[in-house]
Every structure is written in C-alpha cells, then in structure tokens.
Design a binder for this molecule. Structure first.
Ligand code: HEC
Ligand code: HEC
Ligand code: HEC
Ligand code: HEC
Ligand code: HEC
Length: 374
C-alpha cells in the first residue's frame, strides 16, 4: 500500500499546525543554537574526547592521553597520574600552564613522557573541555570485558536453542546432544557466577589501590631498605605498624622525583608532611577481632622471616595479601613448626624446656592458638 494514501487529511492538518507553532518558538534566545555544529560546545566536547582517547591523532606518533592517564585501574601498577588526577590538575592550571605542561614541560621526567606533543590551542581547549566534563560526570563504571560477556551470551543462546529443539522443533534426533549442550552450558554459567561471587568476599590476593603509589619493590627491593626501618614495631609490638609521612621524609626531603612516577606521587607525600596530616593507607590484612595475633611472638620469639607469611613483598609494586589468613593457615604452620626454646620469650615454659633437655620429650608444638602442650 502506498504510504501517502494512508495519510488522512486530519493528520496532515495537525502537522501543518505543528510546523507553524515551532517556527514561532523563540529558540534563538540561546546563541549556541545558531552556531553550526562544528562550532558548538557539543562538537568541541566530542573532539576533546576523541583526542584524549587517541581516536583522532594528536599529531606525530605520540601515544594517546588515555594510554597513560587511564580512567580505570587494574591489578597492574600504572605509575602515571590517573585521568581523574589530570582532571584535578587541569582545574588548577591556567590555559597557558596546561599548554606548557602538555607541549613543552620544562624538564625532568614529565619532559620525557610528554616528548613530541605539539597540540594547537584549539585541541588543548577541546581536551580541557572533555576533562571538565569528566570532572562533573565522573568516569562511570568500568566496562565488563567483552570476551566474558560474549561467552555468557553465546552459551546462553546455545542452551536456549537446545531446549527449543528438544521440546518443539525436534530437528536433532539424538537427545544426548541436547542434554550435553544444556549441561555444559549450566557448568559454564555456574563457573562464571562462582568466580564473580567469590571475588566479593575474597581477601587472599587482595591488593587495593593506595592513596600514594608506594612500592615495596622500589623501596625494599631495588633500594634494599630493611623492613624494620619502616615496620620497626614488628619486633616488639603486637602490630608491625605503618610509618607516618615524617619517616618517609628522611629520604624524600632530597628525593623529589621518582624514575617511574615523576613528581606527582612524591608531591602528595610532601603535601601530607607539610600539612601535618596522615596518609590514609587502605588496610590490606585484616584478621577478625576475636583472633589474637602478635608480630613480636612470630618475628622475635619465633624468628620467622616476614616472607613466611607475607610472601615476596620486595617484588610487589602494589602490596598484596599472599595468604588467606584462615584459622587453617595458622594451625597448619603451628603443626609444622617446633617451638624454639632458645630464646627467653618462653621462660614460662621452663618446665618443658627442662623435660626437653632431659630427653623426656623430643619436641613441643603449639596446637591451638592458645598454646597447648603436647
Ligand atoms: C607516556 C605517558 C603519558 C602520556 C601519553 C601522556 N601523559 Fe600526561 N603525564 C604523564 C606523567 C608520568 C605525568 C606526571 C609527571 C610528573 O608528575 O612529574 C603527566 C602529567 C600530566 C599533567 C599534569 C601536569 C601538572 O603540572 O600537574 C597533565 C595536565 C597531563 N599530563 C596531560 C596530558 C595530556 C592532555 C595528554 C594527551 C595529550 C597526556 N598527558 C599524555 C604521562 C603521560
Ligand atoms: C620505606 C618504608 C617501608 C619499607 C622499607 C617496608 N614497608 Fe611495608 N609498608 C610501608 C607502607 C607505607 C605501607 C602501607 C601501604 C601499602 O600497603 O602498600 C606498608 C604496608 C605493608 C604491609 C601491608 C599492611 C596492611 O595494610 O595489611 C605489609 C605486609 C608490609 N608492608 C610488609 C613489609 C615487608 C615484609 C617489608 C620488607 C621486605 C616492608 N614492608 C618494607 C612501608 C614500608
Ligand atoms: C606468622 C605470620 C606473620 C609474620 C612472620 C609476619 N606477619 Fe605481618 N601480619 C600477619 C598477619 C596475620 C597480619 C594481620 C594482623 C591483623 O589483622 O591483626 C599482619 C599484618 C601486618 C601489617 C599490617 C599492620 C599490622 O601490624 O597489623 C604489616 C605492616 C606487617 N604485617 C608487616 C610485617 C613485617 C614487616 C614482618 C617481618 C618483620 C611481618 N609482618 C611478619 C602475619 C605475619
Ligand atoms: C631510606 C630512604 C627512603 C625512605 C624512608 C622512603 N623512600 Fe620513597 N624513595 C626512595 C628512593 C631512593 C626513591 C627513588 C626510586 C627511583 O626513582 O628509582 C623513592 C621513590 C619513591 C616514590 C616514587 C617511585 C618512582 O619510582 O616513581 C614514591 C611514591 C615514594 N618513594 C614514596 C615513599 C613513601 C610514601 C615513603 C614512606 C612510607 C617513602 N617513600 C620512604 C627512598 C626512600
Ligand atoms: C609460618 C608459620 C606460622 C604461621 C602462619 C602462624 N604462626 Fe603463630 N607461631 C609460629 C611460631 C614459630 C610461633 C612461636 C613459637 C616459638 O616461639 O618458637 C608462633 C606463636 C604463636 C602464638 C604464641 C604462643 C605463645 O605461647 O606465646 C600465638 C598466639 C600464635 N602463634 C597465633 C597465630 C595466629 C592467630 C596465626 C594466624 C593468623 C598464626 N599464629 C600463624 C608460627 C606461625
């Protein structure tokens, strides 16, 4: 049927009235609407986003801003300031300062990473516009990885097809095939659901982002600073303790630029020191309140190395919980480890010590968390 023939005169009249109404509508009050699209704010915002994401070349073969100033974090350390940090920096910098930070930073580390950028004023203001919108709208939610989502949907549709064929279309003769597809599908879905769910309450492998990118690999590894220099409480106290900014400043009065992060991270530390405020480190290890655990007992009396419980901390840029800290984990080591009486920490156990020397006993183990002699 012809479309025009279905057009009733009434609706045609309505359209004419609408057109007339809108031609009188005072949309000229905002000057923006008069501008062609390629001069509107919307357009500049879009260009800013594309430049930032490298969808439009910034000239030369420089990497895109987002490849360093990322919106989302993952398990690997990213030494560069995040997108949000650039949003904040841009907020405090004048257009001129922003330009020289990107195009011609004076010297030091930033001159190396921004080398080669020659953005023009329009491009720079477009990027600033985009950064401003990130500042008000935030970076949004981290997108789910496509392969996972695709697999989920693919398996789902296969299962649906199998069910439909089994009940209605009956194209495939052998029922075993339907059953197999459905069972395999359920297994894949359950596995995916399980790995999502176990991430919720998981603490083994926990490696939160910290307010300052402090790296144990850089300090305890590369620069061979002793654990005790910072965690001096571990020898004699219940907790090992986290050093305050004052201790960091022993070195960082001088070291103001790192070879991975430039000035930005150490500048945060210096700011805390000057303001006299604490750095709010996110706690990684957390035993339930009812468990009594003391570092002194293990480090001083037990002569255990930190690595026995915390793993190779000196190879971690982001500190990670190595063990699950379950009761089973505590007991497992206590079962394996003989109490060492060679130190005076255990003077209360003199009786057993004597029995040991007399050969009445050959060893003593701690079997529950309140020590029980066996
Ligand atoms: C190769 C990685 C890399 C790329 C690509 C990169 N940056 Fe940076 N940028 C850095 C690092 C690292 C710093 C921090 C340097 C420091 O603090 O010493 C930084 C700092 C900045 C700062 C802050 C300067 C200040 O004074 O606080 C701005 C603004 C900035 N970048 C904007 C951009 C823009 C815009 C782009 C894209 C056109 C971009 N960057 C691309 C690594 C990069
Ligand atoms: C220069 C100071 C410094 C040195 C040296 C150092 N640490 Fe740390 N450590 C810190 C700071 C700051 C934190 C808090 C930030 C973090 O978790 O990364 C921390 C956190 C930790 C944590 C996690 C605490 C929590 O929240 O549960 C462990 C475990 C740890 N350090 C072990 C070690 C071990 C083992 C060594 C030696 C190989 C060591 N540290 C050397 C400063 C230091
Ligand atoms: C026997 C295992 C064990 C050993 C050995 C050990 N730790 Fe721990 N550490 C733990 C546990 C368990 C926690 C969590 C304590 C809590 O939540 O109360 C912890 C927590 C920490 C923390 C967080 C702050 C605190 O004290 O609660 C730091 C820092 C730390 N350990 C550093 C060290 C350092 C440095 C050494 C070596 C000198 C060391 N640990 C040796 C088991 C151990
Ligand atoms: C005993 C000296 C010393 C102490 C104490 C110390 N640092 Fe450092 N730190 C260094 C040195 C040296 C570097 C430079 C490493 C490099 O560039 O390779 C550095 C680098 C850094 C960096 C930049 C890493 C990079 O490569 O970009 C940060 C961030 C940092 N330290 C934070 C801290 C914090 C926070 C503390 C206190 C908990 C602290 N430091 C305590 C010596 C120290
Ligand atoms: C890697 C081995 C290891 C792990 C893991 C471990 N311990 Fe121990 N624990 C020891 C050793 C060794 C001693 C000290 C025995 C000695 O003095 O020779 C000890 C001593 C103790 C004592 C002191 C007993 C006393 O009479 O003073 C308590 C309490 C204790 N552990 C609790 C825990 C708890 C709670 C956990 C788990 C969060 C844990 N331990 C994990 C090895 C371990």
């Amino acid at each position: 049927m012809n479309i025009l023939s279905s057009f009733k005169p009434v609706s045609a009249k309505l359209i004419v009235i609408f057109c007339l109404l809108f031609s009188f509508f005072p949309y000229s009050s905002s000057s923006q609407e008069h501008l062609p699209f390629n001069q509107s704010e919307e357009y500049h915002l879009m260009m800013g986003e594309r430049l930032y994401h490298g969808l439009i070349s910034t000239g030369g073969d420089n990497p895109s801003c987002i490849s360093c100033h990322a919106k989302f974090t993952d398990d690997k350390i990213n030494w560069n300031p995040s997108a949000m940090e650039i949003v904040m920096a841009a907020d405090t910098l004048s257009a001129e300062q922003f330009k020289s930070a990107v195009n011609s930073p004076a010297d030091g580390f930033i001159a190396k990473v921004h080398k080669g950028y020659q953005l023009n004023d329009e491009q720079l203001s477009q990027i600033r516009l985009y950064l401003k919108s990130l500042g008000t709208e935030g970076v949004g939610e981290k997108p789910k990885s496509y392969p996972q989502l695709l697999l989920f949907l693919l398996v789902g549709s296969l299962m649906a097809l199998a069910i439909v064929d089994l009940l209605f279309t009956k194209k495939i003769r052998y029922r075993a095939i339907h059953i197999l597809v459905i069972l395999a599908g359920i297994t894949v879905h359950l596995k995916m659901a399980y790995s999502e769910a176990s991430e919720l309450g998981r603490s083994q492998g926990y490696m939160p982002d910290q307010p300052i990118k402090f790296s144990h690999q850089v300090h305890a590894g590369d620069n061979k600073i002793d654990c005790m220099y910072c965690h001096y409480n571990a020898e004699n106290g219940k907790s090992a303790g986290i050093p305050g900014p004052g201790l960091c400043m022993n070195c960082h009065v001088i070291v103001r630029e790192g070879s991975r992060s430039g000035k930005s991270e150490i500048a945060k530390l210096v700011k805390h020191f000057e303001e006299g405020s604490d750095i709010e480190w996110v706690r990684v290890h957390n035993l339930p309140d009812h468990v009594f655990f003391s570092h002194a007992q293990h480090v001083n009396a037990g002569k255990l190395d930190c690595t026995a419980c915390h793993g190779a901390v000196d190879e971690m840029h982001i500190l990670k919980q190595e063990n699950d800290l379950s009761m089973g984990w505590c007991l497992d080591c206590h079962r394996r480890t003989n109490v060492q009486f060679a130190n005076d920490y255990y003077s209360i156990y003199d009786k057993y010590h004597n029995e040991l020397s007399e050969g009445v006993r050959d060893s003593i183990k701690l079997l529950i968390l309140v020590p029980m002699i066996v």
